[in-house]
Design a protein around this ligand. Structure first.
Ligand code: ZN
Length: 404
């Protein structure tokens, strides 16, 4: 069979944003242009006025709107059972996240609900969430396990992630987060031994290993033990570090070559230097700061000044960041960290793709990359950072095909 090639011209774009680089941030803005896509990939941009009839296989009129890359959500826990609305209510009346966790609530509630959920039920609820996220403009995902804390449930969560990737046909990176919390009935060290011993069982199911390094959860020593073994087995490394307190996990994770260090509210200059040397991406999660009412704001500009690539993600999870919306996250980031629209947009697209090591494939809407993009309801993407609480995404394209 002959291989047929299709070229589509998306024309009448009032303002196109292409993210050329994240450290430093370079956003190319092109006015009154058209985007030429061949076989799902960006070929080039051309002047709208220069398009001739019959030049392309098909032409799509984008009606003078703004076009930006699809959002990349590089840190989510979107496969889970139950919800935690009751806790949110408790926190509203003064109890802290760690107090609730110590009482056996928090993540333990989600673990119980996730263990009880059948695989099909978990798939259906996660699918509904992912569909909502796509409707809000996200075109690539990372999903972590971590609500099973036993072999069977952790594998079940990752299989659900694989099914979402295969059936919804969107890019999904999967991360094994067995070291999310110490399950009830276990000692910390004994549980971590179990996690490390069973790492080989997750090869082929997840491409990265993650840990929650925090006071009263897992220590820096635990992180080091887990990461040394995971690295030998060929996993990428990610870490939840310096979120509620400074433990030193970021420094250690960066030294061990972590692809990303996430949260980082309490990161210190020496942690940032270690990330600068290792090339780790700083994944900031402003939804958590907002939802938990955290007073400590991640030092976003210190990362930028040091040349550490910045990424943004929802951290979609039932306990500390129940949101599906990357537009909200970008808005919060611009507001909390004092980022410019271009800095926030770059972090939620190409920066996040870099945290997944997929920045050559997508994230910038650059020639050679996949044509994953959002057509906005407006002709200026700065509206995303001005009006709050709205949904500005009109249409979303994945590899040049409309998915909403
Ligand atoms: Zn997380």
């Amino acid at each position: 069979m002959p291989v047929t090639s299709t070229t589509i011209c998306f024309r009448n774009i009032r303002l196109l944003a292409q993210i050329e680089s994240v450290a430093p941030v370079v956003v190319a803005k092109k006015e009154n242009c058209a985007l030429v896509v061949r076989d799902g990939k960006v070929v080039k941009t051309v002047k709208d006025s220069g398009i001739r009839a019959g030049q392309y296989d098909s032409v799509v009129d984008l009606k003078g709107r703004a076009v930006i890359p699809g959002f990349v959500d590089c840190h989510t826990h979107l496969v889970y059972g139950g919800d935690r609305k009751e806790e949110a209510e408790k926190r509203a009346t003064g109890e802290s996240y760690l107090e609730i966790l110590k009482q056996g609530g928090g993540i333990h509630n989600t673990v119980e609900a996730t263990r009880k959920s059948g695989e099909e039920e978990l798939y259906q609820t996660a699918r509904a969430r992912m569909k909502r996220m796509i409707q809000l403009g996200t075109t690539a995902f990372e999903i972590k396990s971590g609500y099973g804390l036993d072999l069977e449930t952790e594998k079940k969560m990752l299989r659900v992630g694989q099914s979402l990737r295969d059936k919804l046909k969107v890019p999904v990176n999967l991360t094994y987060l067995g070291a999310h919390a110490v399950p009830k009935g276990w000692e910390r060290e004994e549980y971590l031994d179990w996690v490390i011993e069973n790492l080989p069982a997750f090869r082929g199911l997840a491409d990265a290993v993650d840990i929650f390094c925090e006071q009263d959860v897992f220590s820096v020593k635990d992180l080091r033990r887990l990461f040394l073994r995971a690295k030998l087995l060929g996993f990428h490394l990610r870490a939840h570090v310096e979120e509620l307190s400074h433990q030193g996990g970021c420094y250690e994770a960066a030294k061990l070559g972590a692809l990303s260090c996430d949260h980082l509210e309490h990161a210190l200059p020496k942690d940032i230097r270690a990330m600068q040397l290792s090339g780790s991406v700083a994944v900031l999660l402003p939804g958590v700061t907002f939802f938990l009412g955290g007073e400590k704001i991640a030092p976003a500009h210190s990362f930028i000044d040091a040349g550490v690539p910045l990424a943004l993600a929802t951290d979609c999870n039932p306990g500390s960041s129940p949101t599906y919306n990357m537009q909200t996250i970008l808005y919060l980031a611009a507001f909390l960290y004092r980022l410019s629209p271009d800095q926030a947009l770059a972090a939620g697209t190409l920066g996040a793709a870099r945290a997944l090591e997929r920045h050559k494939e997508f994230g910038g809407l650059l020639p050679g990359q996949r044509a994953d993009f959002n057509v906005l309801k407006t002709d200026d993407y700065r509206d995303l950072f001005y009006y709050f609480g709205d949904n500005f995404v009109d249409k979303t394209y994945l590899a040049g095909e409309m998915i909403r």
